[in-house]
Design a protein. Sequence first.
Length: 263
Amino acid sequence: MTLSVVKFGGSAITVKDRPFTVRRGALRSMCSQVLSHVKRGGKVIVVHGGGSFGHPLATRYKLDRGLISDESYEGVALTRLAMRRLNEEVVKEFVRLRGRPYTIEPSSSFVLEESNIKEYFVQSVEVALEKGFVPVLYGDVVLDASRRGVAILSGDTIASFLALRLKADKLIYVLDVDGIYLEDPKKRPDAELVKFLDRGILEEIKVAAPDSDATGGLVKKIEEAFNAFRGGVKVVCFISWRRKNLLKALDGLNFKGTVIREA
Ligand code: ATP
Ligand code: IP8
């Protein structure tokens, strides 16, 4: 039986440049592919990102800098509410498809120190898996014991952390594009898809920085992916949900995307 951690990218489950807009068809397809794999006996942890729910608010209130003013406190509350709304959408979709989602709030299970994970109560994820649930976590604003007070814990970091800690077989990042390209495929439609990603190729990749992304966008994600691979997660990849690609990756069939080859 395999354990996989799947990060539902905010670019895939929301329309990133339209506030609070869920990409319904994509979300349904991703949940359904996860559930098909679970039906065959696979264990899956889902982590989702912020997309057009968390990022615009976290950016507006500059939460990446911590508690910098009275307004920050309002920002923390509103960003967290937005993330809970998106989490609700994900959970409802799983329920519609007769899945067994179980949300584990990162805000009450992680403590950070200077934005790095200091403490985590991992047992809830383990027990949820054991009892037949699909644990669902998400990027959020989390307490930070250092002077900054709070920090944004990206879903990308949660996903690679859990994959390492629980010795997952696979870590799959689902995006709205087919994988990592030499240049942003939305800006350069003829950009080449990188099938195997190693440190050497990394130098050649141009990443267009998003206007409103509070957690470092694709660069941070690639770093987290390398961390997991270096730590022993055998399959670490970037794919889109289209053409049943997620199910293929979970089931170990050929899929289109980018696979990390060398740490
Ligand atoms: P979130 O952080 O909200 O969960 P996400 O995990 O889906 O989002 P993003 O940070 O939005 O990921 O990164 C995916 C986006 O990066 C794609 O929509 C793509 O347009 C853009 N991008 C920029 N440069 C590249 C590149 N070289 N290869 C692939 N995508 C790129
Ligand atoms: O989209 C960030 O999570 P990510 C969540 O996975 C917030 O980086 C609050 C912006």
